[in-house]
Design a protein around this ligand. Structure first.
Ligand code: 76R
Length: 263
């Protein structure tokens, strides 16, 4: 029986699951990979729920599964189905996709066009605002309802904004936070095309405030963007980080082969 769907009023559910292969069980129970492939197949069958599988570098885990979709009950069912495989859970992270509270508004874009490009003629302004609106709509849609892209490498880490003495992000005015985030976004945009980021919110849901999933074909880009952001005030003064996990993104069947699970 399929449980009743549980959908958030805004945003999709995101589950990062990390496992070690139980080598003894894998040897004793051949076909362990099939449990995983069946679970993924069931989860993604509707064409909306998506999975990225990755093999993990280092001993924090062997296999990572990032699952995304509207129905939290379906995400839990995937987690439960995976429990049949010869896998030992090592870590997990729960979050929801979300829109940023700091995105530029149309009035701000209008003001920017006037200030930076001296554009005030209504027709010219409208000619620039139309594609801007379309780009923003597309961007917001991708943030809330992402299509998980196929890049070769990935890193995941949770983070929070600091609340310590004078460095308390939550004690800042919205205007100050917005200005700081604009600086952050400026750095981020220089990585457009090289690094895809999925920032998913987990305040109240898991131990940190956001999950950060970065995807890139070039693993060096993962290191460079995180390094460069450390010098940006939002990270320098206000960021706290959890553990980092790095993996190589591969199709589920191939990921299972690489960690020693046969179908
Ligand atoms: O409006 C927007 O959504 C775009 C501006 C933007 C916001 C609001 C943005 C752009 N980010 C935003 C929010 Mn980000 N981001 C991180 C990390 O390791 C570190 O120091 C930080 C981890 C990276 C690498 C990254 C990359 N960002 C956030 C938030 C929520 C903050 C809040 O709400 O208080 C976090 C935790 C966070 C962290 N960010 C970008 C990037 C990149 C590459 C961009 C440009 C994306 C683009 O323009 O396509």
């Amino acid at each position: 029986m399929t449980p009743d769907p549980v959908e958030a009023s805004s945003g999709w559910g995101v589950l990062h699951l990390f496992y070690r292969v139980d080598a003894r069980r894998a040897d004793d129970e051949p076909g362990g990979a099939k449990h995983v492939l069946d679970a993924v197949e069931r989860f993604t069958a509707d064409g909306t729920h998506q999975v990225l599988t990755f093999v993990v570098l280092g001993h924090k885990a062997d296999l990572g599964v990032m699952a995304v979709g509207p129905d939290l009950a379906r995400l839990q069912a995937l987690q439960h189905d995976l429990a049949r495989a010869p896998l030992v859970p090592t870590w997990s992270y729960v979050s929801l996709t979300e829109l940023s509270e700091y995105s530029a508004t149309e009035d701000e874009e209008r003001a920017r066009l006037a200030a930076e490009e001296d554009l005030t003629d209504p027709d010219e302004v409208e000619a620039r605002l139309a594609p801007w609106r379309e780009r923003i709509a597309h961007y917001r849609e991708q943030r809330l309802h992402p299509h998980l892209p196929a890049k070769r490498s990935l890193c995941f880490y949770p983070m929070s904004k600091r609340r310590l003495g004078v460095d308390n992000w939550y004690a800042l005015d919205f205007t100050d936070r917005k200005a700081l985030m604009a600086g952050h976004a400026r750095v981020g945009r220089t990585y457009a095309g090289r690094v895809l980021q999925l920032i998913t919110g987990s305040t109240g849901l898991d131990d940190w405030e956001w999950g950060v999933t970065l995807l890139a074909d070039d693993p060096a880009a993962l290191k460079e963007i995180v390094y460069e952001m450390r010098f940006d005030e939002v990270s320098t003064r206000y960021a706290e980080f959890g553990p980092f996990v790095t993996g190589l993104v591969v199709e589920p069947a191939e990921a299972l082969r690489r960690v020693g699970l046969e179908a």
